[in-house]
Design a binder for this molecule. Sequence first.
Ligand SMILES: O=C(O)CCC(=O)C(=O)O
Ligand SMILES: [Fe+2]
Length: 320
Amino acid sequence: MSTLLKQDPASLTTASVDSPLSLSQMQTPRDDPVGGIERRARLSRREFEHEYSLPRRPVILTDATASWAARRWNLASLRERAGHREIEYRGALAKVRFGDLIDAIESSDPKSPAPYGRNIHVFRDLPELADDIRPRLAYCQPDWKSTRLLPKHFGFENGLEEMFIGGRGAKFPGLHVDYWGMDAFISQLHGEKEVLVCAPDQTPFLHTDPDDPLSCPIDDFDHPDLERFPLFAQAQPIRLTLQPGETLFCPNGWWHTTAMPGVSITVVTAQWCRGNWRQLIEDYVRTNRATRRVKTALVANYLRAVGVALTLRDRLWLGL
Ligand SMILES: O=C(O)CCC(=O)C(=O)O
Ligand SMILES: [Fe+2]
């Protein structure tokens, strides 16, 4: 089995939807940090803001999706309910029947893994499943990018929920930082997902290309080619396994990639908030300044002003 993980983290103190936290788990919510990434349950929105979102610290939330019906998804139920839908996924050349993708995933093998169904737009392409991932994660509210202060023609899409579905041996195509400054909530719903994470201060060891600063060219983390990528010998990647029911909060700037030891179904929620607004502006400027210099500077200043207004709203009205 080719995986990101050579060893699993210590046994987990995971809150599952079916079995509420025991008292001892509630009293020791910071048990079992993996490379400094804690597992936490029953965090208030304000605690999340101040302990993780503003300091830009990742965390595994063990109960963020507890109310989602999607916690009961599996290949058979998705095939029955939405197998007839035509979907798009990133990396595919054409639309595919969701049921055909599921069939391929069911018989995926590490030697020739089935395609990894990435960034499937649940609300647009799989409407039968939309209610299963509502309400939106509480830690993603309010989503700053959906504010009425941002005119539609700025081209920022509103909040995104996307499905990632893969089988044994599938991998995300590479270690990367998300574009548009977005934070990702990677909610594991079925099966396990192996995740490799590198903190922002590891960037000097990742051999990034200045023209493509959000992707890392290293393609095999079990056997990294240290002749080609000698600096990686100094890197300190964090490896963890997400269990069904767990959500990894991956703040923008943190590198991440994933691998699937078996069937895996995930929903990733993108988030914009006070914690990453500056990063959204930086990424907007980085990608647009060469072609539209004046417009980019004006929009960036407007976005900064929106950031001030929304910070005041969140602090004064919402008590965050
Ligand atoms: O769940 C995964 O495989 C990773 C998703 C991700 O990193 C992304 O969409 O940017
Ligand atoms: Fe990502």
